[in-house]
Design a binder for this molecule. Structure first.
Ligand code: NDP
Length: 251
């Protein structure tokens, strides 16, 4: 179904829009994923929050509870260390505890090196591809049965350099092209399964990753993580799952 590009950008989720929904967000311990976890909980969702470190996830849980949200489920998991069985165990646990999954948002990501391809470290290349693409594939694969049952929504996070390559962005840029391709392939496959698959490019956003890429930038001149949430919320809240296969900009 066609989509006016302003619709997701200007979306405001009504109170209770995600009541009774279970939503898994990767990269929820920081940046955009963290802001999204708080927003989803504010709108009534039970959030399953993945991040690398338990301490940062606990701080997120405190913030969610302080703002009146349901206590989130914390999933400390480093994708660089996780074996295949860990993803499956997580899916089985979600099935056992909640019997549903209404949303899966892939926010976790790593920047890697900012250098020419000629000088790019092969080990870092593999890490970036693993965290940004392969873990998203692995998690999506094991969670698809639950998402199909719940007629859920999958949202991937891309980047401008995932649509047009740019010098020095190396594996990060290539990984985001792969994310766009994964989402398109999945959207095509799931067209009749009532699971939507869409991509959001947040654009320049004030987070640790952005500061790593642009250390000298004026942080007040770019968007806050909260400001780029509307399209993520739109795809999670939209009941019409035939709105699928789109790649939109938050700014
Ligand atoms: P942050 O660096 O603030 O957050 C990244 C998240 O990913 C953190 O929760 C981090 O965990 C998690 N993470 C990193 N490495 C791993 C790993 N090995 N295993 C598991 N989790 C990991 O980044 P942003 O919020 O800026 O980025 C969110 C998404 O938005 C990313 O996909 C990014 O590519 C994309 N994006 C961001 C833009 C921006 O300007 N900020 C622009 C365009 C796209 P921990 O807290 O432990 O570090």
């Amino acid at each position: 179904m066609s989509l006016d590009s302003a619709t997701p950008r200007e979306f405001e989720a009504p109170e209770g829009a995600l009541a009774d929904r279970v939503i898994l967000i990767t990269g929820a311990s920081d940046g955009i994923g963290r802001a999204l976890a708080i927003e989803c909980a504010k709108k009534g969702a039970l959030v399953i929050a993945q991040g690398r470190r338990r301490k940062k996830l606990k701080a997120l849980a405190d913030d969610i509870e302080a703002s009146g949200g349901i206590e989130p489920i914390l999933v400390p998991m480093d994708f660089l260390k996780a074996e295949g069985g860990v993803y499956l165990s997580l899916a089985e646990q979600i099935e056992k505890d909640f019997g549903r999954l209404d949303g899966l948002v892939h926010c976790a990501g790593m920047l890697g090196e900012m250098t020419e391809i000629e000088d790019y470290d092969a080990a870092v290349w593999q890490q970036v591809m693993h965290v940004n693409v392969t873990s998203g594939f692995a998690l999506t694969k094991v969670l698809l049965p639950l998402l199909k049952q719940s007629k859920g929504a999958i949202v991937f996070t891309s980047s401008s350099v995932g649509r047009k390559g740019r010098a020095f962005w190396g594996a990060y840029s290539v990984s985001k092209f792969a994310v766009e391709g994964l989402a398109q392939t999945l959207a095509d496959e799931l067209g009749k399964a009532d699971v939507s698959v869409n991509v959001v490019n947040p654009g320049a956003t004030h987070t640790n990753m952005r500061a790593q890429a642009y250390p000298a930038e004026d942080k007040n001149a770019i968007a806050t993580p909260q400001a780029v949430l509307p399209p993520f919320m739109y795809f999670l809240c939209e009941a019409d799952r035939s709105i699928t296969g789109h790649s939109v900009n938050a700014q």
